[in-house]
Design a protein around this ligand. Structure first.
Ligand code: ZN
Length: 240
């Protein structure tokens, strides 16, 4: 089954910052969409902030198994009605993969219930993402770590609820560490936060990073299992 994936990107840095334009001439969303398609059979579409309803209409979300989210500068411009719509779909079972600076997005903060704050530094640290859960499906096909020659640093403390599973821990040249691959369940939905991806580095051209995102799509996609039933319920057995 080809999962239906929507890659959402605010798509602003790629129009104004020359360095970012050179790395991602068609936008981060296009790099991710093309990149994950090399690692799996997905039906991928993209959506951006400036499209009507940010490209996340009822129609689009109802036909999305997994939503990937990249945002940074314009979290506050994402309309609450759309955030609520995405939130509802996650609770119903849509997978959500939040990337890098998406830690401060309205949707991630709403799902976590904490500030999601962290330390950061833009100084081209080397990042080594250690796989700390080698049997996890999101780590399938990787070695013991992924090394990125230059990235923005994110450091602990990261103000998130304790993850259900921790798949990666990052080390940075400056000495900090960070929980860089975290899974959560909210309602029927599965959520994966994945740290790397600052816009001025070619991180979403790195094949191992793309492999992780593709693995995460497979992991987060809704399995149509037992349908939950709520509310007043007649007994199944005869009551005494
Ligand atoms: Zn960044």
């Amino acid at each position: 089954m080809a999962w239906k994936v929507t890659v959402w990107n605010e798509f602003l840095h790629e129009k104004t910052n020359q360095k970012v334009i050179e790395i991602y001439p068609q936008g981060i969303h296009r790099a991710i969409a093309d990149g994950i398609s090399r690692h799996g059979r997905f039906e991928v579409r993209t959506a951006t902030l400036e499209e009507p309803e940010h490209g996340l209409t009822e129609e689009v979300l109802n036909h999305t198994d997994v939503l990937i989210w990249w945002g940074h500068r314009a979290h506050h411009q994402v309309e609450d009605a759309i955030v609520n719509r995405v939130h509802q779909r996650v609770l119903e079972g849509m997978g959500l993969i939040v990337l890098h600076s998406g830690h401060f997005s309205k949707i991630f903060k709403k799902l976590m219930g904490t500030s999601c704050d962290l330390k950061w530094r833009e100084a081209t640290d080397k990042e080594r993402l250690w796989v700390v859960d080698p049997a996890h499906p999101i780590a399938e096909g990787l070695g013991q770590y992924i090394e990125l020659p230059g990235e923005e640093m994110y450091g602990e403390h990261f103000d998130i609820p304790a993850p259900d599973e921790l798949v990666f821990v990052s080390w940075f040249t400056g000495g900090e560490v960070f929980r860089s691959g975290c899974t959560y369940h909210r309602g029927q939905g599965k959520i994966f936060y994945f740290r790397p991806g600052h816009e001025t580095y070619p991180t979403y051209h790195n094949d191992e990073v793309l492999k992780v995102i593709a693995n995460a799509v497979e992991w987060a996609a809704p399995r149509r299992g037992a349908r939950p039933v709520y509310g007043n319920h007649k007994p199944i057995e005869q009551l005494p």
